[in-house]
Design a protein around this ligand. Structure first.
Ligand code: NAP
Length: 438
């Protein structure tokens, strides 16, 4: 393994890519550029599944391989850049690289959210660095600021839009009145959503990302299965119409917040007042809103995906690692898990709720619903009767509640659903609290 200063030109720093797809090709182009060469970087090889496939970037002949050992065992490679995605075999290759004394840069949120702690320990044991700025928020610098610039703060909360696909779908539904299915098809047509959109629309992707951020911000382990997760499939175009009448739009939020002596981490659609900045983060943009005891509120917005923005974050990590190899910098690893902060159950969460129901259009229905809510100590703030269907003799009813405990609200919904005059509780959306909306 070479061990030279990145800027003194005496020896190149060998880069081995695992993956040469959307992001890998942009990273390869950056390493091969004049700037990459001037900084002493040398692309030594790239692992792919299909070596015969045409690539967006031309690599030196013989450097594309389907054999992982060529990258992982090469003495010329100092930094392995993992851009394959998925849990396996990425986890195995990252582990092998670290154990073999190679520094690793990755954009893999699934591997870091599920195995970050073990990999961090492996990197420390072998005295190498593990960097993953691109795993959350694409081009937005958020991991390194949490590790470094904000480390004197006690973080109070993180609130983020960290999935561009769902933000695009929700923006389309909000602005054009599109149905969920049409907005999803549109996103797929434009390449913003995968053919199988599960990871995005069912919010697994956002859960991986908030798990990584919460662990770094709060110094606690936040297993992905401990995070409350609800995707956007139930969000309908009429929810935007009704929420709009009440002064709100709908966003998929990923939130980690200290409350009641613990930390609650949750991902779900939320009503957001139309006049707060979060409501205006549109399309595939991402944002992370943080609050620290010293720094106060902080707002980081940018492109959460795409070849170049993601390559920007990956290359930042590569250059930081290169300066470590060159002896001119040091890389911050995540601090060990050092907090006693307990993880809270969603049941304890308190907020206002938006409830959309389809009911029989007859006298006394509202009294029955108010009774079911009252039994669970939930009081109604306002009621809208919308979209009455004279032929079917039913109507949409939208109820806004005062703040209530999640567990009580879930029990009330079960009772309301069982009422004879209620066709169904079509949607229940939490209202996100903002200072202007309290
Ligand atoms: N795309 C984005 O905007 C974005 C944003 C933020 C983070 N990320 C993360 O960046 C990583 C890469 O994403 P991407 O969009 O560039 O993916 P991609 O376009 O699907 O590229 C994946 C690459 O990895 C190779 N590969 C996959 N499995 C392999 C295996 N088992 N053995 C060998 N090679 C394998 C593929 O080879 P072939 O080309 O031969 O199939 C391909 O070159 C992922 O972790 C993703 O979550 C992506």
């Amino acid at each position: 393994m070479t061990s030279m200063n990145e800027t003194n030109g005496s020896a190149p720093i060998g880069i081995g890519l695992l993956g040469l797809g959307v992001v890998g090709s942009a990273v390869a182009a950056s390493v091969l550029s004049n700037d990459g060469q001037k900084r002493g970087l040398k692309l030594c090889g790239a692992l792919v599944r299909d070596a015969s496939r045409q690539r967006a970037v031309e690599l030196p002949s013989g450097s594309v391989t389907t054999d992982p050992d060529i990258i992982l065992d090469s003495p010329d490679i100092d930094i392995v850049v993992e851009l394959m995605g998925g849990e396996e075999p990425a986890l195995e290759y990252i582990s092998r690289a670290l154990a073999g004394g190679k520094h690793v840069v990755t954009a893999n949120k699934e591997v870091i959210s599920k195995h970050g702690e073990r990999l961090r320990a492996l990197a420390t044991e072998h005295n190498v660095s593990l960097q993953y700025e691109a795993s959350v928020g694409g081009g937005i610098p958020i991991i390194n600021p949490l590790l470094d610039d904000l480390s004197a703060n006690e973080l109070l909360s993180l609130r983020a839009i960290i999935n561009g696909t769902t933000n695009y779908i929700l923006t389309e539904m909000a602005s054009g009145g599109a149905s969920f299915d049409d907005a999803l098809a549109d996103a797929q047509g434009l390449g913003f959503a995968e053919a199988d959109p599960t990871a995005d629309v069912d919010a697994f992707d956002a859960v991986y990302k908030i798990s990584i951020l919460a662990r770094l911000a709060f110094g606690v382990s936040v297993p992905v299965e401990s995070i409350y997760r609800e995707g956007i499939r139930k969000t309908a175009s009429q929810d935007f119409r009704y929420a709009g009448e009440l002064g709100y739009t709908i966003k998929l939020l990923a939130i980690a917040r200290r409350e009641n002596g613990g930390l609650l981490v949750r991902v779900h659609p939320a009503l957001v007042p139309v006049d707060v900045p979060m409501a205006k983060v549109e399309g595939v943009l991402n944002v992370v809103e943080a609050e620290g005891d010293l720094v106060g509120p902080l707002w980081l917005q940018g492109r959460g995906a795409g070849a170049e923005p993601t390559a920007s974050a990956v290359m930042g990590d590569v250059l930081r690692t290169a300066s470590v190899i060159g002896g001119t910098g040091n890389v911050r690893q995540a601090r060990p898990i050092d907090s006693e902060l307990p993880l809270l159950e969603m049941d304890e969460h308190q907020c206002k709720f938006y409830v959309r129901l389809t009911v029989r259009d007859r006298p006394g229905v509202l009294a029955q619903i108010a009774g079911a809510l009252g039994e669970m100590e939930i009081s109604i703030a306002s009621v809208l009767q919308m979209d009455t269907d004279a032929e079917l003799k039913n109507a949409d009813l939208v109820i806004m509640t005062h703040p209530a405990r999640e567990a009580n609200m879930q029990r009330a919904v079960e009772r309301i659903d069982a009422l004879g005059d209620v066709d169904n509780v079509a949607n229940l959306i939490r209202v996100e609290s903002y200072p202007t909306d309290r």
